[in-house]
Unconditional design. Structure first.
Length: 222
């Protein structure tokens, strides 16, 4: 009887350990997929831009950023799009706002569409480039992939300034090994029917073209 009792005790302990192990495994199987889903849902794209991305002069739902949201949903990409663009924004304004944007939205990708207002106001090129560098540095230090969008300004600012302005985007992108999207309005700026009356902002008809221009570079990164 004693041996039988000892045997029963050993079996009880073994059974208890097995049940405990099974519970831990079940918990692990439940938690890991939940964590994976949470991580995938944290994929956020933030557009940090000015009036070009803030849909100035056109319905917000017609702007290229709103169309990007629709495109991502249609393609079944698990990304959230946040438009942090403000009309009139400069690179300096972007630098001051970016830390708070990162805290609130924890983006994985940052599209930087800034510099146009700096150029139109004749800001020094080295200042513009320094601000773009700060935006890239801030993104990278937070494990965010920055994408730089090149801008142009009208030729009446003089050949030296306008050329230097456009070149600084490529120089900054090359220096930091950052993806560069060519001038966003390349295919629409010289077509009056695609531009608003001010000759600076794209019309509603141009927004799908802007989207395709961005999507060509962005899609492989998703």
């Amino acid at each position: 009887m004693q041996r039988s009792k000892n045997g029963f005790n050993l079996m009880s302990k073994s059974t208890s350990l097995n049940i405990h192990l099974i519970k831990r495994l079940l918990l692990l199987f439940l938690v890991v997929p939940a964590l994976s889903l949470a991580n995938s849902s944290n994929n956020t794209i933030v557009i940090l831009g000015d009036s070009i991305s803030a849909a100035y002069g056109v319905p917000t739902e017609s702007g290229w950023v709103a169309l990007l949201k629709q495109k991502i949903q249609q393609e079944n990409k698990r990304y959230t799009v946040i438009n942090a663009s403000i009309s009139g924004e400069t690179t300096e304004g972007g630098v001051s706002r970016l830390p708070d944007i990162i805290v609130r939205h924890t983006p994985s990708i940052l599209l930087i569409e800034l510099g146009g207002n700096d150029g139109l106001r004749g800001f020094p090129l080295n200042l513009i480039q320094a601000n773009l560098q700060s935006l890239i540095d801030e993104a990278k230090s937070n494990n965010i992939t920055p994408i730089l969008m090149a801008m142009r300004i009208p030729p009446n600012y003089g050949q030296r300034y306008t050329s230097g302005f456009y070149d600084l985007f490529k120089k900054t992108a090359d220096k930091n090994s950052v993806v560069l999207i060519p001038f966003l309005l390349e295919e629409v700026a010289l077509k009056p029917e695609l531009m608003q009356a001010d000759g600076i902002h794209p019309a509603a008809l141009a927004q799908p073209i802007l989207l395709e221009h961005v999507w060509e570079t962005l899609e492989p990164l998703l």
